[in-house]
Design a binder for this molecule. Sequence first.
Ligand SMILES: Nc1ncnc2c1ncn2[C@@H]1O[C@H](COP(=O)(O)OP(=O)(O)OP(=O)(O)O)[C@@H](O)[C@H]1O
Ligand SMILES: [Mg+2]
Length: 500
Amino acid sequence: MSARGAAVIELAGVSKSFGGVTALREVDFTLRAGEIHGLVGENGAGKSTLMKIIAGVHADYAGRFLLDGRPVHFRTVRDARAAGIAMVHQELSIAPDLTVAENVFLGAQLTNRFGVVQWRRMARTAREQLARLGIDVDPGRRIGELPIGLQQLVELARVLFSGARIVILDEPTSALSAPEIERLFATLRQLRSQGTSMVFISHFIDDILGVADAVTVFRNGRNVATMPAREASKGSLIASMIGHGHAGLEESYTQGIPLPPAADSPVVLEADNLVLGRTLRGVSFDVRRGEVLGIYGFMGCGQIELARALFGRARPDRGAIRVAGRKLRRASPAAARRAGIAFVPESRRAMLFHQEPVYKNVTISVLGRLSALLLRPAQERTLAQRQIENLRIRAPDADALLGTLSGGNQQKVGLARWLSWPPRVLVLSEPTRGMDVGAKDEVVRIVRELRAQGIAVVIASAEPETVLAMADRILVLRKGELVKQFAGEVVSKDRLLEAA
Ligand SMILES: Nc1ncnc2c1ncn2[C@@H]1O[C@H](COP(=O)(O)OP(=O)(O)OP(=O)(O)O)[C@@H](O)[C@H]1O
Ligand SMILES: [Mg+2]
């Protein structure tokens, strides 16, 4: 083990482009032994690309890469693994149909000396490792059945306990609750004390400042600053990420914001006494035309299930959903869509088509309507191009494959599709997850635009800032029950947290 402080990874003058797009320009980056190195930057700044070079995903790049002072050039992920480097990718790479234990040991199954897979031992070890992250889950469960936060933890366990001495975590906390994040950080600190070096990418600057020893800021493919974390502040990091001061979602909301007086426009959506197992215990509310209703609660309090139920993705045991006074007879996405409800889920991966061009992803939700209008491909592209510009999606053009966009930009595509063909009700689950501060402000702007068009918007989120920045009225959900409503009054982050 090298002494703390010695450079384990040194990149010098690393550049990388994809076709015409330059992702990295002459980047220098040093990771020291036993350090947690935070990496921040706007969507598309090049963070994931640099880390994928270290992890052997991208072999085609220019510049020098020293590992323990010796030049290396990984050709494959396997090369990097052999050198003790492992990465948790921004997009979960779990196999939904395998069990929890199989996922923990994905690609590294435990076998005895005859090469026979030791299922019992794997299950036991998986349970122990997950327990270190504070998770109690049956290792035999199919992972696809678990909530996304647990899936993320299983993936983290796989990499953190793989024995790698250099671990890269690309946005590992986006689906985790506050206590889960705390346990993750405790594990990271423990690994650090054992000499593991880690890179931690996140848009949550408080998280970075809470756990990192050093911070590097990326802007537009460049490393614009590296500093000890104790010399960095939230404001200074955001300023160097964006290049200028920023308000919007990064406001602290400690002063509180005034909610507008209650809307008196017609009710568009009504939820009446929704019951769903133990996650929703009789939830009733309504949303009016041109109103943004925020549903806030800690992770796991039922807001995700509620959003899914509104779109017919989850089938309530009891209760009714009415749109413009008409009861939905069946709980199904098709019925919800017919009634004019649109849904952007928290896991946008499932609804996007990575091998298709951006423009198809923007227009796909409306293909029914498009074909009715006999829209030609050229018009389809024009429509998409307008939304790309409107949302400032960083893509070379509308024909770029979606899979080539940065994570945050892919999410903007998920929202873009609703702008040209507004639904009656738009349900957004965790709409700003994985987005940088600039992109979050753009989501705020889009939601305001939709509201101005008379759409009823429901935002379910465990991020208080997200709800405070957008909602006209806020409902607080605790363990599946609505416990508080904020309307026509001043509400601060503290009051919101207190109520939950
Ligand atoms: N496989 C690829 N093919 C083409 N272009 C790519 C590919 N991967 C990344 N890019 C481009 O490289 C640039 C940097 O992307 P990268 O994914 O590194 O950003 P990021 O900083 O991780 O952003 P985010 O916070 O949104 O995840 C972007 O313009 C992106 O579109
Ligand atoms: Mg990324």
